[in-house]
Design a protein around this ligand. Structure first.
Ligand SMILES: [Zn+2]
Length: 308
């Protein structure tokens, strides 16, 4: 989840100076991303592509969109999708991938979190049938057994998803790791799923904590994800790069979920959740690179919080 305080950085406009300095290598070439672990040759410039190898559809249709159009839902002016209605602009309907999720996802969004900057919206647009966004103080209504609802939040009682899986394994179709292996389909996930829905909080770190403390969320099992590094372009100083943008957290949760509960071999089926995120990431990296080459890069140090 995004755990940032400073909202001064905007895709394609500014990035922290610290990031810039890290990205310029000693030999003068540019490393576009500090977080990826793969690098590829890019016409003489090498820069890491954190999305390399993922099954993400072509962004050509997004590049072809010229200007803004009215959202078919609320008639506000939008470029690719509406961050209020969670739907595509008419021009892109049917041309952008959609993803079916194995569990229902609820996102609780802080009302002060700017809609246009929230990556949570990407999930609601791409996986519209399975993702619901709630603007706090609204929260999801839990009709089912609370044991089947997970909250992805690093509370003191949070456990890794795998530990949850072991604790709540469905014995009838799983095997005992220490005992004889029972018959089960090849490539089946280790554990029968008992999760119905998963909740993410989309806000700055301080806001997230206040939402987490809401009485209505008490009693939910908190889980944490395996440590993965963020590719977010607004990575914050003093925050470890394991603090994820919300769309990254949702994606990594689903990959882990898939490996534990569905099939230990993940086949890339949720990669398109990062469709807009990877697109914006590339735009940011490209713009930064061009501005460095032109010598016009002027990092903004601080923006007053009232601008949010
Ligand atoms: Zn709209």
């Amino acid at each position: 989840m995004e755990a940032s305080e400073d909202k001064s950085n905007h895709p394609g406009i500014v990035v922290p100076q610290e990031t810039l300095q890290k990205n310029v290598k000693k030999d003068g070439t540019f490393s576009g991303c500090t977080n990826g672990d793969r690098e590829y040759d890019n016409g003489g410039d090498s820069y890491a592509d954190p999305f390399e190898g993922m099954k993400i559809d072509s962004h050509d249709v997004l590049h072809k969109v010229v200007g803004r159009t009215k959202c078919p839902g609320c008639h506000a002016s939008r470029k690719w999708f509406c961050y209020s209605c969670f739907r595509l602009v008419s021009e892109l309907e049917g041309k952008v991938p959609s993803v079916k999720l194995p569990v229902k996802v609820d996102i609780i969004k802080h009302p002060r979190e700017l809609e246009g900057k929230s990556t949570a919206v990407h999930a609601a647009v791409i996986a519209n049938d399975d993702v619901k966004v709630h603007i706090y103080p609204c929260i999801p209504e839990f009709e089912e057994d609370l044991e089947k609802v997970l909250l992805v939040f690093p509370s003191s009682s949070a456990i890794p998803l795998e530990e949850y899986a072991k604790k709540h394994r469905r014995n009838e179709d799983s095997h005992d790791e220490d005992g004889p292996r029972l018959k089960r389909p090849k490539h089946d996930g280790k554990y029968g799923t008992t999760v119905n829905r998963v909740i993410f909080i989309d806000s700055t770190w301080n806001q997230t904590s206040s939402i987490y403390r809401d009485d209505r969320l008490q009693g939910l099992q908190c889980v944490v994800l395996k440590s993965v590094k963020t590719s977010f372009w607004r990575k914050q100083e003093k925050k470890p790069d394991t603090y994820l943008a919300t769309i990254e957290a949702i994606y990594h949760f689903l990959v882990e979920y898939h490996q534990l509960f569905i099939d230990s071999e993940y086949d890339g089926r949720y990669d398109n959740l990062l469709y807009f995120y990877s697109f914006l990431h590339k735009i940011v990296q490209q713009n930064m690179k061009e501005r460095i080459l032109q010598g016009t890069f002027k990092p903004r140090v601080k923006t007053p919080k009232t601008k949010r």
